[in-house]
Structure formats: C-alpha cells, structure tokens
Design a protein around this ligand. Structure first.
Ligand SMILES: NC(=O)C1=CN([C@@H]2O[C@H](COP(=O)(O)OP(=O)(O)OC[C@H]3O[C@@H](n4cnc5c(N)ncnc54)[C@H](O)[C@@H]3O)[C@@H](O)[C@H]2O)C=CC1
Ligand SMILES: O=C(O)CCC(=O)C(=O)O
Length: 525
C-alpha cells in the first residue's frame, strides 16, 4: 500500500480520501528541514501547502518519493527541476483557491479605501475618531491588474460589479480575451500612471520579480493604493516603505512578503500598511477544494498511474514515452524560445511536424510546445494543462503534419501569430536525440538551447563579435558557445550566446549600447 505524508495543515478531507482510496497516510505538521529529511525516505507521496520547502537536499533523502501534491497554486516552495531530475512528479491544484484569493484581494481593496483596520483599532480603543478616517469610493476608480490569469480575471469580474474601470498589463493577454473580460489592455507604464488601485496577480518569475520597483512607484499616481495577494518578491519592499512614508502611496495591503513567515519586516508599522499572514487561500471552501483535489490526484497517480495537473510530466502511455522524449524536449525548448522572444500578445500558435516527427503522436509534442511557450509567463503550466489553458485564453492552436522529409530527417516548426505578423522558429534532432535549433525568425542558425543564453540582433558589420566578446569578458561573463546567423550580407545578424551565468541588467545595458545593436535579451532554458 503506498504511503503519503501530509506535512502542512490541510483540510481533514485529504486524509479521509487517501484512506478511503487505500493509501496509508501520516499527518505530521511543523517538521524542521532536518526532521523532514530524516523521515521522507519512508513515503511515496508528499502533500504540502506553502510551509514545507522541498529543497534539493530534502529530495536527496526522498528515496521512495514518486509524487508531490501542492494543495494550492504557487509551487515556489518546491524545487521542480530537482524533483524532475529525481523523477518525482509535482502536481498542483490550479483552480481550487482562485475565487477565495480574488475575494481576499477585493477585501484588501475595501480595507484600504476605508482604512478599516485602523478605524477598528481606534474605535475599540474608545477614541471615536470619526473625522480622522476619511475614505475614498471605489466606484468609477481605475483598478490596474498586473496579471490577468485565473485570479486576476476573477478580480476584474468582481471589480466590474463595483463599477470600477479595469485595466491590465499581462503580456499573455490577447485583445480578444481582454474584450471578453471587459478589461482594457495597457502597457506596464500606462498601468502605473493610470491606476487608482493596483493589484498583483502573477507568479514570481525572473520577469516579475520586483515588477513594482522604486522606478515603477515613481510613475504611479500620487495617492495610489496597492494590493499584493500573489507573491512577496513582486514588490520592492524598501521602496514601498519610502513611498508610504512620503505619502505618495496612500496605502498598501499585503498578504505576502519577500521573506515568509514574516514575523519581522521593515514595512511593519509604516502608516497606511495593512497586512495579513498569507491568508489569500484561507477559506474553508478553498481548503476543502484543494484538499479533495490534491488527494484524488495523488491517489490516482500512486494507485493507477493517472496524471492530472502535473507540472513536470506529460500524459503518455508507457510505449510512446521513450520515442517521444527527445521530440518533447525539442518542442518545449522551441516553445520556450518563442515565448521568451515574442513580446506582443500572441493570438495563435502553429506547430508543424515533418519527417520522423510526423509518425508520432503529435499531442504530447503540441503539449510540450505550449508548456514551453506558456511557461515563460506562468508557473502553473504543464504539458497536461497547457492545451486546456491555451483554449481557455482564446489562443488559436494549429497542428500541421507533413509526412515527407525536408532538408532534415525530422523537423518541428513553431510559428506564432502576433500583431506584427507571423514569426517562426524550427529545430531538429541531431543523432536521434540531441535537440538543435536550426532556424530563428527566418534566419538559419544552429544552436543548442541550453542554460543561460543571450539573444542579440545587430547590424552585420565587421568588428562586432570582438566588441561584444570584450564587453562580456570585461564584465566577467564567460561565453560557453557562440552561434551566429544572418539574413544576408550587410543585413541583420543574430547571435545566440551560451553564457556561464545569468547576465544582469547593467551588463545587458552595456551590450545594448554597443554600436549596431538592435535587440538584446536574456534567455533561459
Ligand atoms: N495569497 C495566496 O494565498 C495565493 C497566491 N497565489 C498567487 O497568485 C498567483 C496567480 O495565480 P493565478 O491567477 O491562478 O495564476 P495564472 O497562471 O492563472 O495567472 C498568472 C498570470 O500572470 C501573467 N503574467 C506572467 N508573467 C507576467 C508578467 N511579467 N507581467 C504581467 N503578467 C504576467 C500570466 O500571463 C497569467 O495570465 C500564483 O502564481 C500564486 O503565486 C495563488 C493562490 C493563493
Ligand atoms: O496554501 C496556502 O495557504 C497558500 C496558497 C498559495 O499561495 C497558492 O496556492 O499559491
């Protein structure tokens, strides 16, 4: 009988379901890292919320672990690459707590508008300070959403009921979906400039970390009120403290903090700050939803091999898996490449397979492309749920199959349709299993898409390669590999550099300022 450990506080329904399905279960809450590492080896499954941190070190001791179930959405407490490397499936419950979290954001917005916590404390202290607590109405105010996915779109729906004007910045939001949601799609700068209330609903990724920075806060309207029920690292907390103290930001309601549990934080005690201890998902309804869902999904997997909402595993039969594996790795890298490079809203995506790839089940290849593509924007995407999410968001997905071989024995081409037209990338397998990019936006180029990379478009002119090499070398960035392609002599050239470390913003700026450079972007695979 498989054995599961529940290591975070979870609704009793989870344990009930495990037992009813024939899975042995222990509930041990509040284990230290060392204690968890000591006992994890006994378990086939681990069910968590956000307190348990599943680190590579703990995974080292997890000799029997097959599945980790996150009763919730964000999986930043689970080291997914380490779990994948160990063959451990990671599942989450992407929708079970979205309504509850959206409601918390709305509650925070009301609390800010009417200073409810301060007014309550003052009244209960017998002060009756009626004139001190002058509020603002929400009606006709502009609510700016950063992130209009599941939670953001529920917040938008509720805000419409409050007669607010909703604007959003979300690079993945198409115009069609925005119209459907009644949201005006804007740039990030415009969102900062126009919002009376600003609320965050994105995962914490390299792109979103510190998105509400000191510079961003300087662009906001005086008197803006900010709500964060997503992840702490999205806001520069020190800059927010300064902006609250100066009165530029009239209030901030935070459910999440850069360091959690936030038993101490420099923001505490700042005028205008309202805080809750990561309560976004804490309603009995949401906790029952996620507990039932996580237990059912984990039991399905442990007892029958069924896979739902896995973040690191495609749904595949045992026979297909080994043949498809290298194609899926290639497909995911190509999807990720276009996801990282396509700045504008993508309306559609086509996945074309040719030669040997056309003899295989195309669904997992499509799933892998979509997982790579959407993984650039969200941390809840996997090969199983990516096609569903793409449909939900109005993304037109096309699959094309050519059985004939072209120049390569096998080829996968991924094309995205944006407002600027169609852009495509293509790749093949070298030696049957080594994924290789062979074409990038119409330019022939051969490259491994691996680790940290730098994408540079420049005017093809003598001396450029030397200049970029010197600039990166002077900044201590080692170039591991160099891939060059060009449209035609004297036209644009594309460089894909494999670098040994992530290239930080100041170095990126130096590269950007080199003569002839048109575009520079970091990529990560
Ligand atoms: N406070 C709490 O208890 C809870 C917090 N959360 C947090 O809320 C986050 C959002 O959850 P969902 O809406 O379900 O996720 P989702 O994946 O449905 O939506 C995230 C949205 O963010 C957008 N996005 C990604 N990168 C962006 C960027 N650079 N700028 C602007 N938008 C960007 C995506 O396109 C997507 O539409 C989760 O990642 C989780 O961290 C979720 C549940 C409870
Ligand atoms: O489980 C919790 O209380 C936190 C929920 C959360 O942050 C999430 O689902 O991403």
């Amino acid at each position: 009988m498989p054995k599961v450990l529940i290591s975070d506080k979870m609704d009793p329904k989870a344990a009930e379901i495990f037992r009813a399905r024939g899975v042995e279960v222990d509930e041990i809450i509040g284990l230290s890292k060392e204690e968890l590492a000591e006992i994890i080896g006994k378990y086939d499954g681990l069910a968590v919320r956000s307190s348990t941190k599943l680190t590579p070190k703990i995974l080292e001791s997890a000799t029997n672990l097959k599945v980790v179930g996150r009763a919730g959405i964000g999986v930043d407490n689970i080291d997914i690459p380490a779990a994948s490397a160990k063959g451990v499936v990671v599942m989450n419950t992407p929708f079970g707590n979205s309504i509850t979290t959206a409601e918390h954001a709305i509650a925070m917005m009301f609390a800010l508008a009417r200073q409810l916590p301060e007014a309550d404390a003052s009244t209960q202290a017998g002060k009756w300070e009626k004139s001190k607590f002058m509020g603002v109405e929400l009606t006709h105010k502009t609510l700016g959403l950063i992130g209009a996915g599941n939670i953001g779109s529920i917040v938008a729906d509720r805000a419409h009921g409050l007669k607010m004007k909703v604007i959003a910045y979300d690079p993945f939001l198409t115009e069609e979906r925005a119209v459907e949601l009644g949201i005006e799609k804007v740039t990030l700068d415009e969102l900062f400039e126009r919002s009376d209330f600003l609320t965050l609903h994105t995962p914490l990724t390299d792109q979103t970390r510190g998105i509400v920075s000191r510079e961003a806060l300087a662009k906001t309207k005086k008197g803006v009120r900010i709500i964060n029920c997503a992840r702490g690292g999205l806001i520069d907390e020190e800059a927010l403290k300064d902006a609250l103290e100066s009165g530029h930001v009239a209030g901030a309601a935070l459910d999440v903090f850069a360091e959690e549990p936030a038993k101490e934080n420099a923001l505490f005690g700042t005028p205008g700050l309202i805080s809750t201890p990561h309560l976004g998902a804490s309603t009995s309804e949401a906790q029952v939803n996620v507990a039932i869902q996580v237990a059912e999904q984990m039991a399905d997997f442990l007892l029958d091999g069924g896979v739902t909402n896995a973040l690191n595993m495609p749904s595949l039969t045992a026979e297909e898996a080994p043949k498809l594996k290298p194609y899926m790795a290639l497909a995911k890298k190509l999807g990720s490449l276009v996801g990282q490079l396509a700045h504008d809203a993508v309306k559609g995506i086509s996945i074309e397979v040719e030669g040997a790839a056309a003899e295989l089940n195309q669904k997992p290849i499509t799933g892998a492309v979509l997982a790579g593509f959407m993984g650039a924007y969200s941390d809840s995407v996997n090969m199983v749920n990516a096609p569903y999410l793409a449909k939900e968001r109005g993304l037109d997905v096309r699959e094309i199959r050519h059985e004939r071989e072209g120049v390569y024995h096998t080829l996968i081409r991924v094309a995205v349709m944006t407002d600027e037209g169609e852009k495509s990338v293509a790749g093949t397998l070298f030696g049957e299993d080594a994924p290789r990019l062979v074409e990038l936006f119409g330019i022939k180029i051969e490259a491994d898409l691996d680790g940290d990379m730098l994408y540079v478009v420049n005017e093809d002119a003598p001396g450029f390669i030397g200049r970029i090499g010197t600039t990166l070398g002077a900044a201590g960035v080692n170039i591991g590999n160099f891939h060059l392609g060009r449209r035609d002599g004297g036209g644009d050239a594309v460089l894909l550099l494999s670098v040994d470390q992530h290239v930080d913003e100041p170095i990126l700026l130096e590269v950007c300022n080199l003569e002839g450079v048109k575009t520079v972007k970091t990529l990560s695979f």
